[in-house]
Ligand binder design. Structure first.
Ligand code: HEM
Length: 548
């Protein structure tokens, strides 16, 4: 007989039957409280051992009921993006997050370029934005390009794509940017330079791109970037509506829907801000319709080429004009898409330059060379403070383009993005995807993968983008800052032009110095803002040669 049987105790129950208690027989002799405690202890040890065994297998401790949620909550208090990166690295490129039971927090997180190509291009139709995303953002984005899938998306993409590549549109974007930089941005910076006062450069750049994208979408300048940096009601309402919409993603669906029904909390804020956004949008649409109806043939030739006007002039497939609601969605989506991305990228770029003066010197060297080719000395046309870079000169700033791309590699404006699986599928790395699974692709982590960029992946090195001194772009599935495949960022070329024009115009005039001990950390949001902004001072380059 083995030892288990030797230690068993036979007990006589009240009905006369006997029961063997095995090893736990002695428990009957202990007070009930101690029995319960012992049982709880045994269960805890079992659960912990099981959870830890799964940690080895799955990368994180998986607790009963709450899954990996405790680790996520812990990470939220630290650097979430770095946490995701280290997890993905440990798991060889793809990680499966198990959320609490009965929640929609289960997802696959990947930074493997093969998987990115699969989901963004090869099996594009199997990975739409999906119903969950659309349902969550519908109140703000409606049926606009950012949230739509299938035919609704395709139709807008086609029209907007034609427009973005038209000569009129390019002329309008160049002109609007020139006006904003020279009549608004540079005077604001000059005044900060003159007063020797630190200024939040991220805030200034956000204002610049908000005004710029409103000019492109609505043909209207809201005037956020002005001396004194005033608060503009439409910009504030847009900001509030975006933030309140994002909050829905971290609130269980049933709860935010109940709050919306009861008109409470975040949902109340969203409703109020949306009302102001809509009032503004519909007012612009009404006014533009009136203007267009009064236009004569000659006026039409010199017509506006903002997106609103372009969509108003077009007809739907069945020959009817687009509804005001649809026109509103088109504009709001473009403002959201083009609003903060390039400004935030520029803020990280200026911060990186501060730590890499050798890169700043090379950019200035490139600018000097381009100006010399124009026939200027290195201070411009006799030290001309009003010097304006021409579009073809901006295009030739290839080192600057490399320096901006390198900033975007390390700090992609959209740090993570997501898709939903329509039919069961398998990623090229072997990860099994069940219908309905959420897939998160982590652009931030992709920029920091040794397997993609080599041992120096965390270093800021614009040179990695150059071949024989010329800028060479990377595969969109390796450098995913602008997305890839059919949903590649529509504003990519414009964004590069905008960032290069702004960066060159500032660097030609000032050395931008980040205020000592100013904390710079990313904020957890859809766009990778600097949590505390970027406090800087300026020293003028007036009269001095650009490069020492
Ligand atoms: C550095 C600047 C920019 C970056 C890094 C960037 C990045 C991206 C990314 C990652 C997406 C995919 C988003 C998604 O599908 O969830 C996207 C889409 C888009 N972007 Fe950009 N963007 C930038 C600037 C702009 C600008 C300035 C505009 C417009 C003026 C713009 C217009 C769009 C549009 C319309 C889409 C939606 C495309 C579609 O779904 O078909 N972007 N962008």
């Amino acid at each position: 007989m083995n030892s288990v049987n030797q230690t068993s105790t036979a007990l006589t129950l009240s009905d006369g039957r006997s029961a063997s208690t095995g090893n736990l027989g002695f428990l009957w002799l202990l007070p009930v409280e101690i029995q319960v405690l012992e049982l709880l202890l045994a269960i805890s040890i079992f659960v912990t051992m099981h959870a830890l065994r799964r940690r080895k297998r799955e990368g994180l401790t998986v607790w009963p009921v709450v899954g990996m949620l405790p680790s996520l909550i812990f990470a939220l208090r630290h650097d979430m993006y770095e946490w995701i990166t280290s997890l993905i690295e440990r798991r060889g490129g793809t990680f499966i997050f198990r959320g609490p039971w009965f929640t929609n927090l289960q997802c696959v997180v990947t930074a493997d370029p093969r998987n990115l190509e699969h989901l963004l291009k090869t099996k594009f139709s199997n990975f739409p934005k999906g119903g969950y995303f659309r349902g969550t953002v519908r109140d703000l984005l409606g049926d606009g390009i950012f949230s739509a899938d299938d035919e609704v998306w395709r139709r807008q993409r086609k029209i907007a794509s034609l427009e973005f590549h038209s000569a009129e549109f390019r002329h309008m974007t160049v002109q609007s940017l020139y006006e904003l930089v020279h009549s608004r941005l540079l005077p604001v910076l000059e005044s900060a330079h003159h007063d020797r006062k630190p200024i939040d450069l991220q805030d200034v750049l956000l204002r610049l791109t908000f005004d710029n994208v409103c000019m492109i979408a609505f043909g209207i300048d809201p005037g956020c970037l002005r001396p004194g940096l005033p608060e503009i009601p439409f910009a504030r309402a847009f900001e509030d509506a975006t933030e309140a919409t994002i909050n829905r993603f971290i609130t269980p669906t049933a709860i935010w829907k109940a709050l919306r029904y009861l008109d409470l909390g975040n949902e109340r804020r969203l409703k109020r801000s949306l009302k102001r956004v809509d009032e503004f949008a519909y007012e612009v649409i009404r006014t533009r319709k009136k203007e267009l109806s009064l236009e004569s043939g000659d006026d039409k030739k010199a017509a506006r080429s903002d997106l609103l006007t372009v969509f108003m002039r077009l007809k739907d497939d069945d020959g009817t004009a687009f509804s005001d609601g649809f026109l509103r969605d088109v504009c709001v989506n473009f403002i959201l898409a083009g609003r903060d991305t390039s400004s935030v990228a520029l803020a990280w770029f200026f911060w990186l330059l501060n730590r890499h003066t050798e890169v700043e010197d090379r950019i200035l060297g490139e600018i000097t060379k381009i100006l010399e080719e124009r026939g200027c000395n290195s201070e411009g046309e006799s030290g001309d403070k009003d010097l304006v870079f021409k579009p073809e000169e901006v295009k030739r700033m290839e080192y600057l383009q490399a320096a901006l791309s390198e900033a975007l590699r390390l700090y992609p404006s959209v740090p993570v993005d997501h898709k939903e699986v329509v039919e069961d599928d398998v990623f090229p790395d072997g990860t099994v995807l069940k219908k309905g699974t959420k897939v998160i692709y982590a652009m931030y982590s992709m920029g920091r993968m040794e397997s993609i960029w080599g041992k120096d992946c965390r270093d800021y090195k614009p040179e990695r983008w150059l071949r024989d001194g010329r800028f060479m772009s990377e595969s969109a599935y390796k450098f995913t800052a602008f997305n890839g495949g059919p949903r590649l960022c529509l504003g990519k070329d414009f964004a590069y032009y905008q960032m290069k024009f702004v960066a060159a115009s500032i660097l030609y005039r000032y050395h931008v110095k980040v205020v000592k001990s100013h904390p710079v950390v990313p904020k957890l949001a859809l766009t990778i803002y600097m949590k505390y902004g970027l406090k800087v001072t300026f020293s003028g380059r007036n009269g001095a040669k650009l490069v020492k």
